[in-house]
Design a binder for this molecule. Sequence first.
Ligand code: F6P
Length: 549
Amino acid sequence: MSDSPKLTRRPEWVALEDHRAGALLHPRLRELFAADPARAERYVVRVGDLRIDYSKHLITDETLALLQELATATGVFGLRDAMFRGEKINVTEDRAVLHTALRAPRDAVVEVDGENVVPAVHAVLDKMADFAGRVRSGEWTGHTGKRIKNVVNIGIGGSDLGPAMAYEALRAFSDRELTVRFVSNVDGADLHEAVRDLDPAETLFIIASKTFTTIETITNATSARSWLLGGLGGDEKAVAKHFVALSTNAGKVSDFGIDTANMFGFWDWVGGRYSFDSAIGLSLMIAIGPDRFRELLDGFRIVDEHFKSAPAEANAPLLLGLLGVWYGNFHDAQSHAVLPYSHYLSKFTAYLQQLDMESNGKSVDRDGHPVGWQTGPVVWGTPGTNGQHAYYQLIHQGTKLIPADFIGFVNPVAELSDELGDQHDLLMANFFAQTQALAFGKTPDEVRAEGVAEELVPHKTFQGNHPTTTILASELTPSVLGQLIALYEHKVFVQGAVWNIDSFDQWGVELGKVLAKRVEPALTEGVDVRGLDPSTAALVAAYRTLRKN
Ligand code: F6P
């Protein structure tokens, strides 16, 4: 790795800079389409049920060829193969990166340190399916014999965002008799609001934590146990029927008081933000059932296989990753919007924020040297059409270049199709109209032709030329959700490989955790604040003055 030339000195990088400064100095989507209307059909890649249209990008065939050369030169394909083989490509933690093994078929062989991990993966999936089936059927009851009607997942980051997002996404496939909630914030209000209308006798807590040391999760789990025992007369034996754990750390699970027979395990080669198709998905499996959960895994696997074997020019995660590199490194784009036109995907972008920003928010390369190039973008967005009436103005007419992914579905979920009439078409009309407006804008002459007063022409002119990807699927199903997530997982991988960073560690989140532990005694025990920096000490002093008890 250390022998390889610096990224920005590679001839393939320089060729892209020259291309940007030459042939694509002032690309105009109107002109690109006028010169080459066939790009509307040519710049489409299909994977599984996803039709991914990247024609509205500031690219030509030459751009794509140069980006693919960059991918080859930076070793993206070799690193991809090493990941699938189970090599320890998470160099700073000396770990394999094998979320792809979580959806491998039963007969696959994936080895870590000489051991095939697939049988253990399926043993956990089977145990989850058995448990989920028993909760769903009412066979698993609470301490008093009442049926479980409420499931509360307590976890944070990767132990929350995935199942919470997927539960929202797949609500239409869930058992509507069950109440499923997610608690993550160490702000006690989160747990309070989640349980205040629940009967402890009917509530199952799923404590999800890879490490089982995360302070937010352990604090909330401890409060949940007090709430449960308070409601059930204090009998400690109740814990066994109302608490299960999802973790890699059996010792800590046991220390907390959860029987390890009620623990669903996973492994250190599953990163937190890549973990929701592991045991971390138990709450989702209870909600949608084991069969639907397996369909979700099948969806992931479709994209894994595609990423592994599709040629570069038709490889969807590769293309999306390289387009991000094109904008981030050659157009100074700082952010990337993900805009799902589905209410069910309301948490999808928040999930992607962790996936992308925790993975590629890095400023040293894999050898520990400062990078001299931009890495991961700010990822943001909310479901359409809400964003249209909020921040789209800035995308349309602001001064920043914001590439965006539009995700939409041809059909509403089956449950809604009879109720909706034309409403879904209205949603999708907005979906198509937005990417059209962003790409092609409105020229001053077009504005004048509408009879607009001359002084208003600049205000009503849209420059257009805002690049978008349109991802379309027939319907949001468990499999399609799996496909979408795997698409983004591998896109993030591609970018990290090009930038030569470790996309699988997250040392940056550690400092805040350590400092919080140091500040807490100053708040709770009045410990001398003089060890703190002057600004923080003043804030702590103000807090202590205003604190009511
Ligand atoms: O602090 C960030 C993080 O380490 C994430 O990477 C992880 O998903 C989250 O905390 C939760 O960690 P755990 O599952 O160990 O509680």
